[in-house]
Ligand binder design. Structure first.
Ligand code: PLP
Length: 387
């Protein structure tokens, strides 16, 4: 499996993703890179690896490397690694902070991250501070005062769609020597490149739009400077602790990624259309989507997101939790399921999952917009909201 053209040639995301960065099966000419399921590789009579440096599956898997190479290129990184889930990527990052260290975490982000980081910091005696990182002044002050080792942000955030000024956060981190990690899952490498804005590490749950077909769990990290000690620690942790994506998952991921730019274009356009529809609906009291002109993060989103604002949005029904659940229950095209970024639209009532502890109101409904016909999705929302 080799490239048909050089890595130095700058290609647009559309071409690079569609052609899997030029990978083909050189043995047969198959234009799809093959799956190599072997966990171990044979040696010759001189006890040398038969094929350049292939020894054991945990260390050598060409498909995994190809997936990493495509995503690293898309993020303009120097190095990138895949994990078996987004949480495995987050855990490897957070685990690099030693006991007695400090982590500054964005409040109101994906609940799975918050829950795991809180528990981990308690166990490891790491000091944890949670702030609303979409408030740039507050974030700057918190970084300057708290002097964290690592700052973890998520933009746009899930489920509030808050936008964090990555460049301002990066400048504040540089002053105190903190590492800035950005969970860019909702933006994908197609809409935002946090490393270009000064982030040290960008993280993705590739389970979401990167794969896009709701059939693979995967996580990804990329770094702008691969000599950073934290990167070496994360890579060693991933490799030695064995948190590797399986070869079949890597193959599915690479297949799914071929259409990522196309899907993001369509999903972002439809999400904006739906956000505008909801904004004008008399049974909706508020819509959270950075693409809306009156959203507090809109100007910032315009400056750091290119080509759209993503597929995720939330809104508050004008009523209580029972009303929100009734709306969810009436929807016919939107699947009632968790997750986001797939080709099929999903609706989720986060309060049913998170309860009262996290501040997500019972009237909040989160939508993940897929690639279906926009008018049909809107018609479904019309009938759903007519309850
Ligand atoms: N980050 C965000 C923003 C998410 O929404 C999720 C999952 O929903 C994760 C991270 C965790 O990713 P995974 O489910 O692939 O472990």
């Amino acid at each position: 499996m080799k490239k048909t053209y050089g890595n130095n040639q700058p290609l647009s995301n559309a071409t690079m993703f569609a052609q899997a960065n030029g990978a083909i099966d050189l043995q047969t000419g198959g234009i799809v890179p093959p799956i190599q399921p072997s966990t171990t590789y044979a040696r010759n009579t001189d006890y040398q690896p038969i094929s350049d440096n292939h020894i054991y599956g945990r260390d050598h898997n060409d498909l995994l490397r190809l997936g990493e190479e495509i995503l690293t290129k898309a993020e303009h990184g120097e190095d990138g690694i895949l994990f078996p889930s987004g949480m495995a990527a987050i855990a490897a990052t957070i685990r690099s902070v030693a006991s007695g260290g400090r982590i500054l975490l964005q409040s109101g982000i994906y609940w799975g991250t918050t829950k795991w980081v809180r528990e981990f910091c308690t166990r490891r005696a790491i000091e944890l501070k949670e702030v609303d990182s979409s408030d740039s002044d507050l974030l700057n002050r918190s970084i300057a005062d708290f002097k964290p080792d690592l700052v973890f942000t998520e933009t746009p955030s899930n489920p509030w769609l808050k936008v964090v000024d990555i460049n301002a956060a990066a400048r504040a981190c540089t002053k105190v020597g903190a590492i800035l990690v950005v969970d860019s899952t909702a933006a994908t490498p197609v809409l935002t490149n946090p490393l270009d804005l000064g982030a040290d590490i960008v993280m993705h749950s590739a389970t979401k739009a990167i794969n896009g077909h709701s059939d693979v769990l995967a996580g990804f990290l990329a770094v702008g400077d691969s000599t950073l000690p934290i990167w070496q620690a994360i890579k060693t942790d991933r490799q030695d602790a064995g948190a590797l994506l399986g070869t079949f998952e890597a193959w599915l991921l690479i297949r799914g990624m071929r259409t990522l730019p196309l899907r993001m274009e369509r999903m972002s356009a439809t999400a904006l259309k739906i956000a505008r529809f909801l904004e004008n609906h008399d049974r909706v009291s508020e819509v959270f989507y950075p693409g809306l002109e009156n959203n507090s993060g809109h100007a910032l989103a315009r400056s750091q997101m290119v080509g759209g604002f993503g597929s995720l949005l939330s809104f508050l029904v004008d009523g209580d939790g029972a009303m929100a659940l009734e709306v969810c229950g009436r929807l016919e095209l939107f699947q009632r399921a968790t997750s986001l970024g797939g080709v099929e639209s999903l609706v989720e009532h986060r309060h049913s999952i998170e309860g009262d502890a996290t501040g997500v109101p019972p009237s909040l409904i989160r939508l993940s917009i897929g690639i279906e016909n926009a008018d049909e999705l809107i018609a479904d929302l019309v009938q759903g909201l007519s309850a």
